[in-house]
Design a protein around this ligand. Structure first.
Ligand SMILES: [Zn+2]
Length: 253
């Protein structure tokens, strides 16, 4: 059994063929999928999906790209959605200083508020970090111990990895581990067996041999295969460890 710990099933590129896509996922051994939300309306859609499809779980949060939309009203809606039984995590939140789609101060404020929500509810937090390594490391060192969290789509650097491990956070690997340009093999090898998850981040980040095309949860099997190769472990062990970690992290039984 595999778990896709991070996919955007509500995306226009996935939702129209949700039934076929979930069937292909099951055929590939992917029994559970966490559909990660990017704002409150999206979280409501993810909750509807979770209600309609056993094995699908939802999150509620505001993506750093949309942090400029994180008004008090919007955050209050997120807070209410976190009480829904289908919701297993806060997020996706974080810092993206690569695209800077929202002003950095809005991103910082929204991220802090999401950490507050995670601390208040006891839910784990799903964190996106891009081109913000030093600042993310500082946040992990100052607030990481307050909450349980995951750095999703993780590829380094080492200092951020160390801060995450020290805070007892998880890291999660996508299809970029299969790219020739991936430079994080050392981290994949050294991450403790109880500190990592795997994900697709579908519809983005399709692993080799699907690279450049639309990604979907079935392909998390390729991520597992690649991690097994890098760690020199049987793929069954990677599947077992990453599944146990995701069940524990999200509190799914
Ligand atoms: Zn995402």
């Amino acid at each position: 059994m595999l778990i896709d710990s991070h996919a955007h099933l509500t995306s226009d590129r996935l939702l129209p063929e949700i039934d076929a896509l979930l069937e292909r996922a099951r055929a590939a051994g992917v029994d559970r999928i966490v559909s990660v939300a990017i704002h409150a309306d999206d979280a409501e859609r993810a909750i509807e999906l979770a209600q309609a499809h056993p094995g699908v779980h939802a999150t509620a949060g505001i993506h750093p790209h949309d942090a400029r939309l994180a008004t008090e009203d919007h955050l209050a809606r997120i807070r209410d959605l976190l009480d829904r039984p289908e919701v297993v995590a806060v997020g996706e939140t974080g810092l993206d200083f690569h695209y800077d789609n929202s002003p950095r101060d809005d991103q910082r404020r929204s991220f802090e508020r999401h950490l507050d929500l995670a601390a208040e509810t006891g839910l784990p937090v799903v964190v996106h970090s891009r081109a913000a390594d030093e600042e993310m490391e500082a946040v992990l060192r100052s607030r990481g111990a307050e909450v349980r969290g995951v750095l999703h789509c993780f590829s380094g650097p080492e200092a951020l990895f160390e801060a995450a491990i020290e805070a007892e956070w998880m890291v999660s690997f996508t299809g970029i581990v299969t790219f020739r340009s991936f430079g994080g093999e050392g981290l994949v090898r050294q991450v403790p067996a109880d500190r990592y998850m795997i994900e697709t981040d579908a519809p983005y980040m399709a692993p080799v041999p699907h690279r450049g095309r639309r990604n979907e949860p079935a392909y998390v099997a390729e991520v597992a295969r690649c991690i097994a190769e890098i760690r020199e472990e049987p793929v069954e062990r990677v599947a077992g460890d990453s599944t146990q970690n995701a069940l524990r992290f999200f509190g799914i039984s």
